[in-house]
Design a protein around this ligand. Structure first.
Ligand SMILES: NC(=O)c1ccc[n+]([C@@H]2O[C@H](COP(=O)([O-])OP(=O)(O)OC[C@H]3O[C@@H](n4cnc5c(N)ncnc54)[C@H](OP(=O)(O)O)[C@@H]3O)[C@@H](O)[C@H]2O)c1
Length: 366
């Protein structure tokens, strides 16, 4: 039996770009049907017209609805791209995938869960004093210990979500993957949201305060990745699943999509220059945020003061290696985000909605 694929979050920045690339990819092994989870009739028309994908509406609050959608359509591969702190729906998707495997006799069914590099950073209580490799065999044990140690409750939930995916998939005999995007930049190519998260947050706060501010002490760095390379890793993994290749799954199934890291300070500087060129900040030099500034940034971002650092700073030493092991070759090096900053700012300004807020992690994605 050929595979049937379900992509969720197709109206989003990553999911939309993934659908655009997937539907036009000419070098993927054959599969049967491509389904896209939608929430509105407009989204249904878009995915049908633009990507030749079959729209699927699922009541995600109902386990029965999830099971019926997966089992009735014999879906064998699910890519989850809509909420990194989702501890509710993954076990239901996974159980349904196990049922499809049993009923159809396919050799394997697959569940890919999109998390975020934040869950492997200082914000979530991960170690940052050394490179943390996505091939490290102890990542699952490390994440287990992070759940209660994470400095932010929502971060603990995000880590818990990753662990639950692995545990449910192990129990049900489904192959699971924890896919971590990082600071993603570049033009979104989907029909819905066309802009990312962290670069947007920096621009949003700087516009409101008329200056870019650093929020950390020292010079922390963070992994970065162009959106087309991030999507390239999703596609390389999909190719492996369709070919029946072993990619490394479950406790050994972590994938960071990144060619390397860049200092926040460098990112702030290039964004500050791009905003100054457009007259949107008074001073292109990066300032140091104090308590009062953090309060104003929180207001601009629509989140609590304690969340500002989570949105636009932090220390993350997560290091990619797994993607390259399965054949993923990113086109852009990490420094490209600095070279492309002017274009990124232009794109954000053109696509940001009036009064757009970033919100807290859990709030924005629900
Ligand atoms: N972009 C990044 O830099 C980045 C970095 C790290 C992690 N991530 C994670 O990757 C995932 C995708 O990111 P993104 O940038 O594509 O986000 P996005 O542009 O905000 O898109 C979010 C998508 O999720 C859908 N969605 C939201 N709540 C939902 C719900 N309750 N049920 C079903 N669908 C729901 C949205 O559908 P509607 O359009 O119908 O609202 C949209 O398709 C997110 O989990 C995000 O946290 C992203």
């Amino acid at each position: 039996m050929s595979h049937n694929i379900l992509i969720t979050g197709g109206s989003g920045y990553l999911g939309g770009t993934l659908l655009a690339h997937l539907s036009s990819a000419t070098n993927l092994p054959p599969y049967d049907k491509l389904y896209a989870l939608v929430r509105t009739p407009e989204q249904a028309s878009s995915v049908r017209a633009l990507y030749n994908a079959e729209p699927l509406t699922i009541d995600l609050s109902s386990p029965a609805s999830i099971t019926a959608a997966i089992v009735d359509h014999k879906i064998t591969i699910v890519f989850h791209l809509f909420n990194p702190v989702d501890t509710i729906t993954p076990p239901h998707f996974i159980r349904a995938l196990a049922q499809v495997k049993k009923e159809t006799g396919v050799p394997a069914t697959h569940f890919l869960f999109t998390t975020g590099a934040k869950l492997f950073s200082s914000h979530a209580g991960a170690p940052t004093d050394r490179p943390l490799r996505d091939t490290d065999p102890n990542l699952y044990a490390m994440q287990k210990a992070q759940v209660d140690a994470a400095p932010h409750f929502a971060m603990g939930r995000g880590v818990l979500a990753n662990n639950l995916v692995i545990e449910a998939a192990e129990e049900e005999g489904v192959k699971s993957y924890i896919f971590a995007p990082c600071i993603v930049y570049g033009k979104g190519e989907g029909f819905g949201n066309k802009i990312s998260i962290q670069t947007v947050a920096i621009v949003c706060a700087a516009k409101a305060l008329r200056r870019v501010y650093r929020v950390d002490e020292g010079r922390p760095s963070w992994p970065v990745c162009h959106v087309s390379d991030t999507v390239g890793l999703y596609l390389e993994m999909l190719r492996g699943m369709l070919e029946g290749r072993e990619l490394g799954h479950g406790r050994q199934g972590y994938f960071l999509a990144s060619p390397g890291s860049v200092g926040w300070e460098e990112i702030y500087e290039v964004i500050g220059r791009a905003l100054k060129r457009r007259g949107l900040v008074d001073d292109e030099a990066v300032g140091q945020a104090d308590r009062e500034i953090l309060g104003k940034m929180a207001e601009a971002l629509g989140c609590g003061r304690e969340w500002v650092g989570v949105q636009v700073g932090g220390r993350c030493t997560f290091t990619a290696g797994h993607g390259k092991q399965i054949g993923w070759e990113p086109k852009y090096g990490p420094e490209h985000i600095l070279e492309a900053a002017d274009e990124e700012v232009e794109w954000i300004l053109a696509n940001m909605k009036d009064g757009q807020k970033i919100g807290n992690m859990s709030e924005k994605r629900d």
